[in-house]
Structures are given as structure tokens and as C-alpha cells.
Design a protein around this ligand. Structure first.
Ligand code: AMP
Ligand code: ZN
Length: 405
């Protein structure tokens, strides 16, 4: 059965066709580890987990790479402000390295508790400085960069397709049209390498061909690491919807400027989780998985709450809705306990399997998939064993060894 996925690049649901038969190369932008992940961030990783399990369910092998942003993500997307890691280090009186380690471990614990399958490869920005410098050198050689007093920038006007993912209009991208650009030639130009401030000692800094001390811009890590582990063309790249206009747009520009071919075939983006106002780590109005657990909920109640809504729809978090998810999960467990029929119904099992795959293959329609689960639970022609077999099938948990390729 075919899988259909909504591709941000074409704004269409498309039939999924991998580059290599039955194998999928998947890159997911990982967390910036300067603070705990909030439940909005975690919604994005739950969506990516559903994607991966759907691929397993369809008998694909998946090579899943996730980066850890442990340097270079500044407080402003305009490449100004402080590095989030260094700022957190000051606030918590720890080293930036300790901050990165602590919040990376906390993120890994969160995803485990949410039953999210880990990637095959974790890669840290700080461990791939050489690869990032090499990529910038290539861009420099090809004429896409320029130097300002604070760093090396990508000249977006040199890349013909700049903004194709976000459908950005060219006239808004030129210098002087709308916003102040400082030394940048065009407002959308972005930092590839930043020089360490002269009056301040950074904790994370490296020597480069452009300055004695500096650090990579945020976007370059994903191009350098994704191409290192997945090649110059791969199948799927995903993240939250906020990545479309800046981070992923810039990743495409700096990669395709060198490779001169389409980098990624399918770009998938998860919509935001909202509180009454936008949740953000920098504003501090965040709910974490621990907040949920402190209130007596299981992380899996939160997972269920997310699955009840389609990943491309905004979802507003309320405690009442989380309560409803918790109740639904206990009803599932009770229903299974109550089952006592021993005679199996293989035909119905086959039909439910088909129904499930049909809906989940339709752009990961998890609300419909849960509806199939509920039909299974209510069907008294099925034996307990049938139901447990189906649930296992729906979970699509593939042992790690089988997913490698
Ligand atoms: P960050 O740790 O800030 O780099 O973000 C990690 C992931 O969470 C990225 O894929 C973001 O797009 C995503 N994200 C950030 N805020 C939200 C939100 N409120 N709802 C869903 N995803 C989000
Ligand atoms: Zn990225």
C-alpha cells in the first residue's frame, strides 16, 4: 500500500517514493540543549516517531539521524544576541559544556518516557566543527559568502532559489526594503561563522580560517551533519513549522549552493502546540514532561493527547484534554482486561490491519488510527489474543538492529 505525505516543498500530499527501494533516509532537527524540552517541542518528536513507525509498518528500513544543537543558536533569529548555551551557563553558573550534557540527557530521558524510538545516529554540533568549517570553505570558494566585522555570512541574493520552501517573495529579501540589515547585504542573509566578541571570553570557540576564535552559525550544522550521514540527496527532513521560513530555508540554500541539485525530496513539518499564548523556552512560560508527571499524569497520556489530533493542525494544550486522554488510556487497559473470548477471528484481524494502514498511510492520520483501535476494542468477535496482536502491529515497534541499513 502506498504512503502519502504532505510535502511542504510542493504544498501537496504526495505518494512517498524513496531514493533507495525499501530504505528511508530521515533527518530530524533535534533540540537546542540549553533548557528542558517543553511539551511543544516534544509534540514535534512524537509526530516524527509516528512517521518512523509508519515507515516500519510498511516494511521500510529507516536510517534516522538527529542532531543536538549545543552551540551557535543565538537568542535572535537575525543572528544577533547571545548564544543560548553561553547565556544558560551564566544563569546557572555552570559551564556551557555541562549545560549541554545535562539537557541532552534530560531530552533523551523525555523521549524514552514518551515511547519515542531513538535515532540510529545522534550527532552534536560541537563534535562536527571541522565538517562545518569545510562546508563554509566550499561556499566561500563558490562565491556565496562575504565577511562583516562579526562573521562570515551567506549572500542569499546569490542563490537563485532562495526561499522556495517558504514561498518567500524576492522583493522582501532585498537590502533596505523593509528592515535594517546592519552590515548584511540582504535582510535574509545569515551567519555561517561568527567571530567571538573581542571583549568577552566565550566557553565554546574554535580556530577557523577566518578568525583566531569563533563558532558556527546555527543552520550550517544541519547541512554539514545531514550530508555527512545521509548523503547529498536523501528522502525526508522534518521539524516544527517554525523552521520553514528561516532554519530549513537556510539549510536548503547553503546545501544546494554546493551540491547544485535537490537536496531533500520530502519536507515534513509539525504544527505548533499552543497554550493560551505561544509557549517558548526563552519566555519561560513552559510546561515540561516533569510538570505533567508532577500532576500525576503519565508521559503516555500526553502522547495519547497528541495522537488524538493530526500533526498538521495546531493543538491547544489544556489540563482537561490531558485528563480525557488519561481516561481513554485507562478504558483501553480495562477493556483488554475484560476480554475473555478465546476463539480467534483471523478475517477481522486482517481487515483491521488493512484499515489501520490505510488511515496511517494517509499523511499519518493518527485520530483515524485511534478510531480503528477503538473499533477493535469494541469488536466482540475478536479474541484477547487477536486484540493484543493488532495493538502490537499498530505500535510498529521494530527492534533497532532491524532498522539499520
Ligand atoms: P528547539 O529545541 O528550540 O531547537 O526546538 C526543537 C523542536 O521543537 C523544533 O523542531 C521546533 O520546530 C519544535 N517546536 C518549538 N516550539 C514548538 C511548539 N510550541 N510546538 C511544537 N513544536 C515546537
Ligand atoms: Zn536543522
Amino acid at each position: 500500500m502506498s504512503i502519502y505525505l504532505y510535502n511542504t516543498l510542493t504544498r501537496k500530499k504526495e505518494e512517498f517514493k524513496p531514493i533507495k527501494k525499501k530504505h528511508v533516509s530521515l533527518y530530524a532537527c533535534g533540540p537546542t540543549v540549553y533548557s528542558y524540552a517543553h511539551i511543544g517541542n516534544l509534540r514535534t518528536y512524537i509526530f516524527e516517531d509516528v512517521l518512523k513507525r509508519t515507515l516500519f509498518c510498511n516494511k521500510y528500513k529507516v536510517k534516522h539521524v538527529m542532531n543536538i544543537t549545543d552551540v551557535g543558536h543565538l537568542t535572535s533569529d537575525a543572528d544577533t544576541g547571545e548564544d543560548k548555551m553561553e547565556l544558560a551557563a551564566k544563569k546557572e553558573s555552570k559551564s556551557a559544556w555541562d549545560i549541554a550534557k545535562f539537557y541532552t540527557n534530560s531530552f533523551k530521558k523525555d523521549i524514552k518516557e514518551l515511547n519515542i524510538l531513538p535515532p540510529n545516529i545522534w550527532c552534536k554540533a560541537t563534535v562536527h566543527i571541522k565538517e562545518q568549517i569545510n562546508w563554509i570553505k566550499k561556499l566561500e570558494k563558490a562565491g556565496f559568502t562575504y565577511k562583516t566585522s562579526d562573521g562570515i555570512y551567506f549572500d542569499t541574493s546569490k542563490f537563485r532559489d532562495y526561499g522556495k520552501l517558504a514561498l518567500l517573495e524576492k522583493q522582501h529579501l532585498q537590502a533596505g526594503k523593509r528592515i535594517a540589515v546592519g552590515e548584511k547585504k540582504n535582510p535574509a542573509d545569515f551567519a555561517l561563522w561568527k567571530f567571538s566578541p573581542k571583549n568577552e571570553k566565550r566557553q565554546m570557540e574554535w580556530k577557523s580560517p577566518w578568525s583566531e576564535k569563533g563558532f558556527p552559525g546555527w543552520h550550517i550544522e544541519c547541512s554539514a551533519m545531514a550530508t555527512k550521514y545521509l548523503g547529498k540527496q536523501f528522502d525526508i527532513h522534518c521539524g516544527g513549522i517554525d523552521h520553514i521560513p528561516i532554519h530549513h530555508t537556510n539549510e536548503i540554500a547553503q546545501t544546494e549552493a554546493i551540491t547544485r541539485k535537490k537536496w531533500v525530496n520530502y519536507w515534513l513539518h509539525g504544527e505548533f502546540l499552543l497554550l493560551e499564548e505561544k509557549m517558548s523556552k526563552s519566555k519561560g512560560n513552559i510546561i515540561t514532561l516533569s510538570t505533567i508527571e508532577e500532576k500525576g499524569f503519565s508521559p503516555l497520556d500526553y502522547r495519547y493527547f497528541c495522537l488524538n489530533s493530526h500533526y498538521r493542525k495546531q493543538l491547544t494544550f489544556t489540563w482537561e484534554a490531558l485528563e480525557a486522554a488519561r481516561n481513554a488510556r485507562s478504558r483501553i487497559k480495562e477493556k483488554i482486561k475484560e476480554m475473555n473470548k478465546s476463539k480467534s477471528n483471523p478475517e477481522a484481524v486482517r481487515e483491521y490491519k488493512e484499515q489501520f494502514i490505510r488511515v496511517i498511510n494517509d499523511d499519518l492520520n493518527t485520530p483515524e488510527a485511534l478510531a480503528v483501535l477503538w473499533s477493535v476494542l469494541k469488536d466482540n468477535t475478536l479474541s484477547k489474543k487477536d486484540v493484543l496482536t493488532l495493538i502490537k502491529e499498530f505500535e510498529s515497534r521494530c527492534p533497532l538492529e532491524e532498522t539499520r541499513w
